[in-house]
Design a binder for this molecule. Structure first.
Ligand code: ATP
Ligand code: MG
Length: 372
């Protein structure tokens, strides 16, 4: 996948941006707070994902602007395509989103067309950070290769919300009848069992990739292992029957936890509490990993994500590296660059000297939201 051109105007502080990209290496440099990450974010939104910075729709538009527009022309292995979206301050909810000129109802409907992987300094916390970081990583990675996964997740989250609301009201009344939960248990178990199987299977693939990548970054001296850690199942090996056997086991676990759930007023077990276990030479990284080990493992996970998209979909994603190289030592920098050799890359940095060894490609300078 290659982006041919990017345009943005009125998106946060970006103004009048219209650039043709190099098919391989693109460096966007500039001082702090000039709009480099905003540009990466604008491109990222074209993938149909939510902002990686958690920006809400109403904050898309520049402070003194009435509207914002963003567009990319990109080509996949088949043909040239075009994505555009624009939003007006007076109709925040009503975005105009088009794919090849055809209107789509929502930005999220773009999902599955333009594929990119974004890598920010926060991602280096993937292994040391809290489980929700790893769950988001897992969910996005799976959704990118299997878009229908999002429907299952949305369904799960909506049932979870209902179940939690009921638990909350039950926690306030003494002697509530636990049978009220049955209908939600059944529904949540079916969605949860399906998601567990997909996540478990994906973690096996992920483990193969990260294992090899980590091995090469440590010259074969250390071993990285990842596994899916379910709060419902002890072992999912060989299990696929999410409709019957796994759903029943899920319900059983929820029933065992009924008392705890009612007391706490929310659901304590389920895929919203699961995690990816990460181990170096058998020891959990969160507790025992050094800073360098944690970063290298996170790097391996991110690069594996890109490789999996490439292998599973036969389409090379565009790599967006936001400020990440300046955070890494020269060995890890080289490692990233070696592993994304065949991808188109957009890199942001404050000091273009930090990337001078990548001379072939284009360098853009960002100043005050404009490319100068
Ligand atoms: N809705 C908005 N309208 C106008 N400007 C905005 C909006 N949201 C954020 N900004 C501005 O965008 C600027 C930050 O841009 P960005 O995060 O892209 O900077 P950067 O070049 O990546 O900087 P750094 O090198 O520090 O990461 C800030 O000055 C901020 O005030
Ligand atoms: Mg930035």
């Amino acid at each position: 996948m290659i982006i041919r051109s990017v345009s943005a105007d009125g998106y946060k502080n970006l103004e009048n941006i219209n650039i043709d990209l190099d098919p391989k290496m693109n460096i966007v440099c500039g001082e702090n707070a000039q709009g480099k990450t905003n540009l990466i974010e604008a491109v990222w939104l074209c993938s149909g994902c939510r902002s990686f910075r958690g920006t809400r729709d109403k904050d898309f538009i520049g402070f003194e602007k009435d509207s914002a527009s963003v567009g990319i022309v990109f080509s996949n292995s088949e043909r040239d395509q075009e994505i555009n979206f624009s939003v007006k301050k007076s109709f925040i909810k009503d975005k105009l989103v088009t794919l090849n000129g055809v209107k789509l109802p929502l930005l999220s409907k773009l999902f599955g067309n333009f594929r990119c992987v974004v890598f920010t300094p926060e991602d280096l916390e993937l292994t040391k950070g809290s489980p929700d970081n790893r769950r988001s990583f897992l969910d996005l990675s799976i959704a990118q290769i299997k878009p229908s996964y999002i429907n299952a997740l949305n369904k799960y989250n909506s049932i979870l919300m209902h179940r939690n609301a009921l638990l909350k009201s039950m926690s306030k009344v003494k002697g509530s009848n636990p049978a009220y939960l049955d209908v939600w248990n059944e529904q949540i178990a079916e969605a949860g069992a399906y998601i567990s199987v997909l996540r478990y299977t994906f973690c096996i693939i992920l483990n193969n990739y990260t294992n090899r990548l980590y091995n090469s970054i440590t010259d074969g001296n250390e071993n990285l292992k990842l596994n899916y850690q379910s709060t419902i199942y002890d072992d999912l090996e060989g299990e696929r029957d999410f409709k019957n056997k796994l759903s029943k086991m899920y319900i059983k676990k929820l029933e065992e936890a009924t008392e705890v759930d009612i007391r706490s007023g929310f659901t304590n077990y389920g895929i919203h509490r699961d995690d990816i276990g990460t181990f170096i030479n058998g020891l959990p990284i969160r507790e025992f990993g050094s800073q360098g080990q944690a970063r290298s493992a996170a790097l391996s996970m991110k690069l594996a994500h890109a490789e999996i998209i490439k292998k599973e979909l036969g389409e090379t994603p565009v790599m967006l590296l936001d400020d990440v190289l300046s955070e890494l030592d020269s060995k890890r920098k080289k490692f990233i660059l070696n592993n994304i050799e065949d991808m188109q890359v957009i890199i942001t940095c404050c000091d273009s000297r930090s990337v001078t060894d990548m001379t072939n490609g284009k360098v853009f300078e960002m100043k005050n939201g404009r490319i100068v």
